[in-house]
Design a protein around this ligand. Structure first.
Ligand code: PMV
Length: 321
């Protein structure tokens, strides 16, 4: 019989405003998407002591950790976790990873996998998970393998599972939700590598520093306005900032035909705002709706060919400690 030793999960995330500019030290607002999660389960496994296998059907991986390349993110995440644990020896283990998050879709699947694995494995080996700060730091280290130069927003929102106002190298600020926010996320179904999107922006930034700096400053201003809007429950102002943020993301060339099409569809169907989320190039977009329009916007996005449409609300309760 399978012996389950521990289990832990981590949510997906969406960047409401500020992606890409956040890499250049500007603020961003990110929210957890708690309904879509990665779950890591640790089981006793018939392999030698101190060895760990990993089973991740989503990426068709079934292997002993020591047979993965040294720089493989899952090998790194396991080895970094073991180095932080107090106990040094353990029986043979299997880590099973299950995810309802799209991979390469701008919803933080990589960070959620790392976070869930660190939590479950440390809980199994030491009897309690590592401190949240340590989990956040380790998840960030693994993000560097996926992305090269991550801002840290993904690991932070996913580890703390709170809406946050985030700025690189500064303590996170939790955001209070003044009034329920109705959101719909739709997937273009097109995979896009964050590292490529981020390096593309870097190349264009290096060629047009002054212009790109102005655009990042404009995004930062929108993020600050949006934070006020969220906290005071001014949904109309939030909508204006999100629409303008999408326009600026188009200008820095991270949107795509498929994203723009879904953004347009959502707005025509009554969304107050719509924008791409995450690195862009493909992946997901988000629509800001009202309780009345969320359903029709979802239907329109489905009819326009989105591969997955998902609606949810952000309420004040989610910001409680
Ligand atoms: O596409 P995602 O979920 O990996 O989001 C990346 C967000 C960026 O701002 C584009 C990069 C970063 O490190 O913040």
């Amino acid at each position: 019989m399978t012996e389950f030793l521990s289990t832990a999960s981590a949510p997906g995330k969406a960047i409401l405003l500020g992606e890409h500019a956040v890499v250049y030290g500007k603020p961003a607002i990110a929210i957890p998407v708690s309904q879509l999660r990665v779950e890591a389960t640790i089981e006793a496994f018939r392999c030698p002591d101190n060895e760990i296998w990993i089973d991740s059907p989503t990426i068709r991986l079934y292997k002993n950790i020591k047979d993965l390349p040294y720089e493989h993110p899952l090998r790194e995440v396991v080895e970094m976790t073991l180095a932080e644990c107090k106990n040094r020896s353990f029986p043979g283990l299997m880590i099973r990873i299950n995810s309802s998050l799209p991979i390469g879709g701008g919803m933080g699947s990589g960070a959620a996998v790392s976070c869930a694995v660190i939590r479950a494995l440390s809980k199994c080996i030491d009897g309690q998970p590592l401190a949240t700060e340590t989990i956040n730091r380790l998840t960030f280290e693994v993000e560097k393998i996926y992305h090269g130069n991550p801002s840290g927003v993904d690991n932070t929102v996913i580890t703390y599972e709170q809406p946050i106002y985030f700025r690189r190298n500064t303590p996170l600020v939790k955001i209070k939700i003044g009034k329920t926010i109705h959101l719909v996320i739709a997937d273009t179904g097109i995979n896009s590598a964050t590292s490529l999107m981020v390096s593309g922006v870097r190349k264009r930034f290096d060629q047009n520093k002054e212009i790109y700096q102005q655009k990042f400053d404009a995004i930062a201003k929108l993020v600050d306005e949006a934070r006020e809007a969220i906290e005071s429950g001014n949904i109309q102002l939030l909508a204006e900032t999100m629409n303008e943020n999408h326009r600026l993301l188009q200008e820095i060339e991270v949107s795509s035909f498929a994203l723009d099409r879904l953004v347009k569809t959502a707005r025509s169907a009554g969304a107050l705002a719509a924008k791409l989320i995450g690195a862009g190039g493909g992946g997901n977009m988000i629509a800001l709706c009202t309780g009345e329009t969320a359903k029709s916007v979802s239907q329109a996005l489905n009819a326009a060919g989105a591969v997955r449409v998902f609606s949810f609300t952000l309420t004040g309760e989610q910001t409680e400690e």
